[in-house]
Design a protein around this ligand. Sequence first.
Ligand code: NAD
Length: 294
Amino acid sequence: MTARIIDGRAIAAQVLEEVRKGVFELRAAGLVPRLATVLVGEDPASRAYVGNKRRTCEQVGIESVHHQLPASTPGEALLELVRELNEDPGVHGILVQLPLPRGVDTQAVIEAIDPAKDVDGFHPVNLGRLVAGLETFVSCTPAGILELIHRSGFETRGRHVVIVGRSNIVGKPLMNLLVQKSPTADATVTVCHSGTRDLAEHTRRADILVAAVGRPHLIGADMVRSGAVVVDVGINRVADAQAPRGHRLVGDVDFEAVRRRAAAITPVPGGVGPMTVAMLMVNTLKAARRAAGL
Ligand code: NAD
């Protein structure tokens, strides 16, 4: 068997086209959706992520306003900026790029963001609403993973989904999305993590396997059931003398080996990554619509 490769860029382009139409309608009604981006420090990966998010805003007609702060910014100054953005009726979504420099209380910053503008879906109010099955902002990577699966023609209802990784931004919200009683969820979910014994025993039972760990090649072919759908969330830099920058990006899955066993697989790059950015646009449009009472 050779797996179908799920094209995250193409599916993200579909989602972005839908967002673009929604933004166009809002603009026609006189409302410009606006996302405030905040970057503390000069970390090159974070700069690239924020740059990508802002370019995508431009592509769909969302205005982005960037706030660049020095790495030495005291936590209180960052909290003050977040409060100002909360108060600004022209700002519909607030994105504080993580990770924040050491010494800044990340959780305090997340909790300072108005839940109605929390387009990353990290605020405990939004996480709690997700657990309770209420309308909320779902964090972008888990929301993007579900879109990828469904738009590729796979169902989650009645399937056994095994998630490897229990972070607050991927594993836990994805688990909570998937267990909801709804046609686009309704899965049986197993969550594995660093404390799991015999990981392979669990992963081999997955109809849908999601790897979100951050370890290159953690998931080998012997850990995947024949015919499974494999979603690789990991983004890992590995040295590669042939690559122009001396490194390349790989996921958590041994792509070449697993593609010979799985029914479908997402590549890295070009799988989950583009969906994460697309879902940020979906959430920002939703925040702007809500602010307008729509
Ligand atoms: P994290 O570091 O917060 O969590 C990693 C998780 O992996 C932990 O829950 C830990 O328990 C688990 N783990 C560690 N070693 C393990 C092992 N040997 N067996 C089983 N589980 C193990 O990571 P995160 O923020 O969720 O990110 C995970 C990966 O996904 C990273 O590579 C990150 O770069 C990537 N990521 C990608 C996107 C995207 O848009 N594509 C978004 C977010 C994160």
